[in-house]
Design a protein around this ligand. Structure first.
Ligand SMILES: C[S@@+](CC[C@H](N)C(=O)[O-])C[C@H]1O[C@@H](n2cnc3c(N)ncnc32)[C@H](O)[C@@H]1O
Length: 264
């Protein structure tokens, strides 16, 4: 399951993320997820995404799940849960140009970095969203469900999605894709959503992790106490989590849910 290997207290987790986002070079677009490979040529060619194209590609794969034409995207309001430094929102704005886009992120450093990037990332807790009911057409979350109380966050997501709107989740899971689908489907439905589709993204995510496992320079500059946690969190070489990916124990899925317009 998408579980965290870093200490399980709110403050230690927050501190670790502040350190991560401080450690990633400020001249780089800091995007921090498992990624999906290969990345499309237009993503590789964009200087804003060239550092971490696979991580942006995971967002692209997710947005491709929505049945929206360009016009629909342009009149949509979108929210990202746990938006990190906002690179996913930057891609969304560049590729699909929604009417509005906003992210909520617990890390103050990440939110600040997002604003520096020109996207609207607000410091906050995904389990307590400061938005009105039914004000988004799409809520999405990439590689983050293991880091916060999922039931509370998805209940909030359900509250802020308009009837007929969508929830997209891109997540990893320890177990085969069929179990991942059943697991995340249960979670989404428990929050009130209707399941629409599950895309098995395991092959692309595994390829991305195997390509990216050597990029550990910033981890070595962190205090020894944190280093092991980060090694696992980032699937770096020598980590148990990377070994599990290599042996096929993990899977990755992109789940699409909707908030029904005919019920509730
Ligand atoms: C693996 S990162 C993914 C970030 C981003 N989605 C990306 O792909 O770059 C997980 C993120 O969840 C954020 N996070 C964890 N708990 C949170 C909470 N309760 N509210 C908001 N963000 C949270 C962390 O600060 C971190 O940025």
């Amino acid at each position: 399951m998408a579980r965290s290997l870093i200490p399980n207290t709110t403050w230690s987790r927050r501190l670790i993320y502040e350190l991560i986002y401080l450690s990633l070079g400020f001249n780089r677009t800091a995007v921090f997820n498992v990624g999906f490979a290969p990345a499309q040529p237009d993503i590789r060619a964009n200087p804003a995404f060239a550092d971490r194209p696979n991580q942006i590609q995971l967002y692209a794969e997710m947005f491709n799940q929505l049945p929206w034409e360009a016009d629909h995207w342009r009149s949509s309001d979108c929210l990202e849960l746990a938006a990190g430094c906002g690179a996913g929102l930057l891609y969304l704005n560049t590729r699909h140009a929604p009417r509005t886009s906003v992210g909520v992120e617990q890390s103050y450093v990440a939110a600040w970095r997002g604003r520096r990037l020109g996207v609207d990332v607000r410091p906050g807790d995904v389990a307590r969203l400061s938005f009105a009911d039914a004000c988004f057409d799409c809520v999405f979350c990439v590689d983050a469900l293991g880091y916060f109380p999922v039931a509370a966050a998805l209940k909030e997501a359900f509250r802020v999605v308009r009837p007929g709107g969508y929830l997209l989740l891109g997540e990893t899971f320890q177990g085969p894709p069929e179990e991942a689908q059943a697991h995340f489907r249960r979670i989404g439905e428990a929050a009130g959503f209707d399941f629409v589709h599950c895309r098995d993204a395991t092959g692309g995510v595994r390829r991305s992790l195997l390509e990216g496992s050597k990029s550990s320079a910033f981890v070595r500059s962190l205090p020894a106490l944190l280093r092991n946690s980060l090694k696992e969190t980032l699937f770096l070489e020598g980590s148990e989590r990377l070994r599990l990916w290599q042996t096929g124990a993990f899977s990755s899925v992109i789940m699409t849910f909707t908030r029904s317009s005919s019920r509730r």
